[in-house]
Each structure stands twice: as structure tokens, then as C-alpha cells.
Design a protein around this ligand. Sequence first.
Ligand SMILES: [Fe+2]
Length: 168
Amino acid sequence: MPKRSQELVSIAGFTHDFANFLSRTYHNYLGALIFQQLFANDFSPRELAIIMQAIANHDKYEMKFSNSVSAIVVLADKSDVHRSRVTIKDMKKIKADIHGRVNYATKSSRLGINKRSKRITLSLKIDTNFVPLMEYFEIFTGRMVYCRKAASYLGYKFGLVVNSIKLL
Ligand SMILES: [Fe+2]
């Protein structure tokens, strides 16, 4: 995609969750509106709309993509699982929460794009001694559906490989 569109993806990716400080509920819509209030003078109306759409759309129950910026933000957001996401140090607290367990157990996470075969593949290495694989699917199945929709919008198939086993 053009360099400017790549920048719009970066900006939307960087800001997409920033309304969580207000409320987790509706943070996607609130985030889009806050972005408009803060940065309306820094973008053309078209670019502003693209970023606002990407932020508003990233956490909707029914995602409907209207541009590739939005689809890429969803792919990046919903495939983001890794030990580095866990910021708390207390192992008891990490183990007490399923998101903490799954993120902590993910030792490696890579989103690969193969232009020739038109496949976007999320490859994970999960420590199954720390967390059973089923727990990953308990919280990430919905996210994988979003990734598949986003990849499909971009003209790609979505694949999932966990511990070298091709699951999708
Ligand atoms: Fe979010």
C-alpha cells in the first residue's frame, strides 16, 4: 500500500485502544470520537474518516470493513498475543487470569505474509506445560474469526500454526 496509507495504519494502530482510560465498553467508538476532537486539524477529512473508521471498527461484534487500513489494524490487534504483553510480575496474579496465562505461555508470535500464496499466517509457540492449548482457543477463537474476516477483505486466506501444527 502507499506510504501514506501505511502511516495511517500506524497511527490508527497506535491509538486504537486509547479510550480504554474512559471505559472498556464502547472504547472503540469513544476512541474514534476522541481522535477527531484531538486531531481534526492535523488530517484531511478523508484521512480523518479512515482513521476514525479503523478505531471505531476494531472491536465491533460485527466487523464490516470499509478500507484496508481498518482490516490491517484488526489483523494486528487480534493476533497480538505474547509474553511481552504481560506487565505484572506477580506469577500468582498471572496464573489467576486466563488472558495472563495465555499471553505468558506464548513464547513466540509471528504474523507472516506470503504474497504469492495469498496467505497471512499467525505462527505461535505456546508453552503447553504452562497453559493447555484449549485455554488459548477459549479466548482466542473469536479473535481468529476476526483475523480471517480481515485477511479475506484484503484478498488473503488466514492461517494459524501453533507449535508447528497447522490448525487453520
Ligand atoms: Fe480494543
